[in-house]
Design a protein around this ligand. Structure first.
Ligand code: BES
Ligand code: MN
Ligand code: ZN
Length: 515
């Protein structure tokens, strides 16, 4: 991943490929943001008017490149838009900094080193810029032109292969000897490394990432970071009676897995359980998805990837909270051995489920994992899942829905998501939708009314949560995978949605901020 350093060097003397400065949108044109004073001075105080001449406005995400002033060792200045000038004294909010740093880092793909001279007011600013830059520099090229010519040409302008991500980021204005700044930078590095690994997993094609392969990646990472791991294979799942996970995985040549990751912090008072939907490919099963609906379904394990990343990050940060991660991994395929619409599964909880639609598979694997997670009696369970197209219809491609059996917990998660820059919205679990899942044969069906399909799925999951445990469900079907153009620090493809919300929840729980 991109390397990060905090530097006290002057912009003029830095050996870098580019100096990044911030430009905001003022009432009368672009305004150069704090942090770039020395750069502006080298342009004789005319940077704003030069940018104006070049057509720059300071709009969010706008990138303007100009030759560096004479005397600078770096050849290029890159001005990145921060959006509106903040109201007096309030400073730029963290998300504006993250997005600007991300857009700049992405625009500098192919470069070796860039110095970021963005407005840093405090350690939080350092953390936000670091996070934005490290996440924005991400690209997934593992499957692109791996031949020698392309490899040699990586970074070169005339190369046919993809440009290598920006290799090194130096943050100017951050205080390398200040404890809080250092900690913020270290947090950003750990978080971005794990979040980017989650993106890699999501982007990895399903012929290379089946449940067994995912479990192997989790095993290696857990060993590296002192996290306990337990992997239940198909035999153990059968022995344990995990009818939901088995029922989904039974149509595939690649058998399912249930992975438990346990991070224990010495004397922590609280215990969180995270549960992730890990369908490594969702064809729909016998209720096969039509063409046009299955091309991106390698992303259906994004919930499990988020949970995995969050647990490893909590361990790397040494948070004072116990965190258990459950990855419910299966491939949903049609075959002669696949579950049929009409089959009844006996779940790990003992409940029976009539499978009316094999494409409603996420709730089946999650139900078993949620029941199992409940046995440890955690203080709260959060599941993360690309669960329903309906949630995407309701909230669009950038916002996840939050459902819960506890209004205060739902509100907390919504606030935490907002704080870390993840758009979300609280959704209800209306009881009247439950009867739509009544089955003549079994205790419940895996489908109900079409209208409110995201809420129906939430109501299904709720039935598997242990008595008295606070539970929330994040339906990330929209934001998990970005099919549109990249923006801010969000790339095309796997985004790492919900990782930062889970990590912040763990941090806040460790700090005793939550009941
Ligand atoms: N993985 C899909 C949901 C999904 C759709 C995620 C689009 C990301 C993008 C899920 O397993 C699914 O197929 N859900 C069905 C449920 C229905 C059959 C009750 C859906 O939403 O159509
Ligand atoms: Mn499905
Ligand atoms: Zn699915």
């Amino acid at each position: 991943m991109t390397a990060l350093t905090l530097s006290t060097a002057a912009a003029s003397g830095l050996r870098a490929d580019a100096i990044v400065v911030g430009v905001a949108k003022g009432a009368k044109g672009p305004v150069v943001a704090a942090g770039a004073e020395s750069v502006d001075k080298a342009y004789d105080g005319k940077l704003a008017s030069v940018l104006d001449t070049l057509g720059a406005t300071g709009a969010e995400g706008e990138v303007t490149k100009l030759p560096a002033p004479s005397g600078f060792k770096a050849p290029l200045v890159l001005a990145v838009g921060l959006g509106a000038v903040p109201e007096k004294d309030s400073g730029y909010d963290a998300e504006a900094l993250r997005r600007a740093a991300g857009a700049a880092a992405r625009a500098l793909a192919g470069s070796k080193k860039a110095a970021f001279a963005l407005p840093v007011e405090d350690a939080a600013g350092t953390g936000a810029i670091a996070e934005g830059a490290l996440l924005g520099a991400y690209s997934f090229d593992a499957y692109k032109a791996g031949d020698d010519t392309a490899a040699k040409g990586r970074g070169a302008k005339d190369s046919k292969g993809p440009k290598a991500p920006l290799a090194e980021v130096a943050l100017l204005g951050a205080k390398p000897r200040d404890k809080a700044h250092k900690a913020a930078a270290e947090r950003a590095v750990a978080l971005a490394e794990e979040l980017n690994r989650a993106r890699d997993l999501i982007n990895t094609p399903p012929n290379d990432l089946n449940p067994e392969a995912f479990a192997a990646v989790a095993t290696a990472a857990a060993k590296e970071h002192g996290v306990k791991i337990q992997v239940l294979d198909e035999k153990a799942l059968a022995k344990g009676g995990y009818g939901g996970i088995l029922g989904v995985g039974v149509g595939s040549e690649a058998p399912p897995r249930l992975v438990k990751l346990s991070y224990s912090a010495g004397k922590a008072k609280k215990h969180l359980a995270f549960v992730g939907k890990g369908i490594t490919y969702d064809s729909g099963g016998i209720s096969l998805k039509p063409a046009g609906h299955n091309e991106t379904m390698k992303c259906d394990m994004a919930g499990a990837a988020a949970v995995f990343a969050a647990v490893i990050t909590a361990a790397r940060l040494g948070l004072d909270v116990n965190v258990t991660g459950w990855l419910a991994l299966a491939e949903n395929m049609p075959s002669g051995s696949a579950t049929r619409p009409g089959d009844v599964l006996r779940m790990y909880s003992g409940k029976t489920v009539e499978v009316l639609n094999t494409d409603a598979e996420g709730r089946l694997v999650l139900a078993d994992a949620i029941t199992k997670a409940s046995e440890d009696k955690p203080d709260a369970i959060v599941d993360v899942a690309t669960l329903t197209g309906a949630m995407m219809v309701a909230l669009g491609g950038r916002t996840f829905g939050i459902m819960a059996n506890d209004d205060a917990f739902r509100t907390s998660l919504h606030e935490i998501a907002e704080e870390v820059g993840e758009p979300s919205w609280p959704m209800p679990l209306p009881e009247h939708l439950r009867k739509g899942m009544d089955s003549p044969t079994a205790d419940i069906a895996n489908m109900g009314e079409r209208m409110g399909g995201g809420l129906v799925a939430g109501l299904f999951l709720k039935e598997f949560v242990g008595e008295g445990i606070s539970w929330a469900h994040l339906d990330i079907a929209g934001p998990a995978y970005n099919e549109a153009a990249p923006f801010g620090y969000t790339p095309k493809g796997g985004t790492g949605s919900a990782v930062r919300t889970l990590v912040r929840l763990a941090e806040r729980t460790a700090a005793g901020d939550l009941g």
